[in-house]
Design a binder for this molecule. Structure first.
Ligand code: SAH
Ligand code: SF4
Length: 349
């Protein structure tokens, strides 16, 4: 049974008491160690393309941002990075890109995923676990990618509040269509991850309580949430006067509350959290996160994959050191899947 209920979360989120934050982090750490151990699992992040057909008001990759160079990594480049990740003991990668639901891209990924699976299982090993984070697609496209070998999918809803969602997206993008996608992913059999941004203009603690309720109602397996960080070439960056939440502290509280409410899920210490505070990774882990996504995108492309300003790059050695200093251990050579997913499958859901 969770050690907290939703009714208690609003007061905690609204509080400025550092002692309360300290107690919250201590409790969430205990719950995390009991439910998920002290290991931190790796998802090597390959940002394989920054082409995007969407125009999300907060994101630097939006199609109307003409100030970035668009790129698409070649099949060979991606396979080389995937093999490197496997050799290094990451044992999972996350393929991420802008949203591009055209048949050619799905065909490309289906072949690519099959090939990565083949090359990483040929010596009898378990192969690379593959997570996708490529936005909204059709049911049949998700199904093809799953059959090719991807088994986890991250699709954030950004906010569970319909009105706030419509304020940060253009009219063609809707919360209901994200919900349909999440339902499709669950139905197909993926381990389903979602999440929100924290500290958006116009966002209140009541919205965040709604987000926690949404995660519980959706029975999610994975959570990827972090602070909203303005990107200069986006419309939302002009709305900063409407930000009322301290995105860093509130992100830590949201992670901790999520861990208390959902002890057995996998939860990411996001790059955004690491980017806004020097202690972001350590504190995210202490708040209950057990997944990190080291960036494996080639150095010459990283500057063109800026979802937000000042995105931080941290080497694996530094990450390892920070994980160690925070009191956890790198979960090399393991997939580290969410036990919640196994449990959900056993319940037939
Ligand atoms: N195109 C895919 C995957 C890449 S974007 C998709 O949208 O799902 C991945 C995530 O980056 C988004 O879900 C969003 O939550 C996050 N993101 C985008 N812009 C951001 C910003 N300015 N600050 C913090 N996170 C941001
Ligand atoms: Fe595209 Fe994802 Fe950025 Fe939206 S958040 S503009 S879908 S890359």
């Amino acid at each position: 049974m969770p050690v907290i209920n939703l009714n208690q979360t609003e007061e905690i989120l609204a509080s400025n008491d550092p002692a309360l934050l300290g107690r919250l982090l201590k409790e969430s750490d205990q719950v995390r160690r009991k439910a998920r151990g002290n290991e931190v699992y790796l998802r090597g992040l390959i940002e394989f393309s920054n082409y995007c057909s969407c125009n999300c008001f907060y994101c630097g990759l939006r199609s109307k941002n003409t100030l970035i160079n668009r790129y698409f990594l070649s099949r060979e480049e991606i396979i080389k990075i995937a093999e490197y990740a496997y050799r290094k003991g990451y044992h999972s990668i996350c393929l991420q890109s802008g949203e591009n639901p055209v048949p050619e891209q799905v065909d490309f990924l289906v072949e690519l995923i099959s090939c990565i699976k083949e090359v990483t299982t040929q010596n009898g090993g378990p192969g690379l676990g593959i997570t996708l984070s490529i936005g909204e697609l059709s049911y049949s496209q998700y199904l093809r990618l799953y059959k090719a070998g991807a088994h986890r999918y991250l699709l954030r809803i950004e906010t569970s509040d319909n009105e706030l969602f419509s304020r940060i997206h253009p009219p063609g993008q809707t919360l209901s269509s994200r919900l349909e996608c999440l339902a499709a992913l669950g139905d197909i059999g993926y381990q389903v991850g979602t999440g929100v941004m924290i500290g958006l203009p116009g966002q209140t603690v009541s919205h965040l309580v709604g987000d926690l309720k949404f995660f519980l109602d959706q029975d999610i397996d994975m959570l990827g949430m972090g602070p909203y960080i303005p990107h200069p070439n986006t419309p939302l960056a002009r709305m900063q006067r409407y930000i009322t939440i301290d995105s860093y502290t509130t992100s830590l509280k949201m992670l901790a509350l999520a861990r208390l409410l959902m002890p057995d899920i996998n939860m990411v210490a996001s790059t955004a959290l690491q980017s806004i505070h020097p202690e972001g990774l350590k504190m995210g882990l202490k708040a209950g996160a057990n997944i990190i996504m080291p960036v494996l995108t080639p150095p010459d492309k990283r500057d063109d994959y800026k979802l937000y300003a000042h995105k931080k790059f941290t080497t694996l050695t530094t990450l390892e050191q920070q994980v160690d200093e925070a009191g956890y251990k790198m979960g090399y050579w393991k997939w580290g899947d969410s036990p919640h997913w196994h449990q959900r499958r056993n319940r037939g859901k």
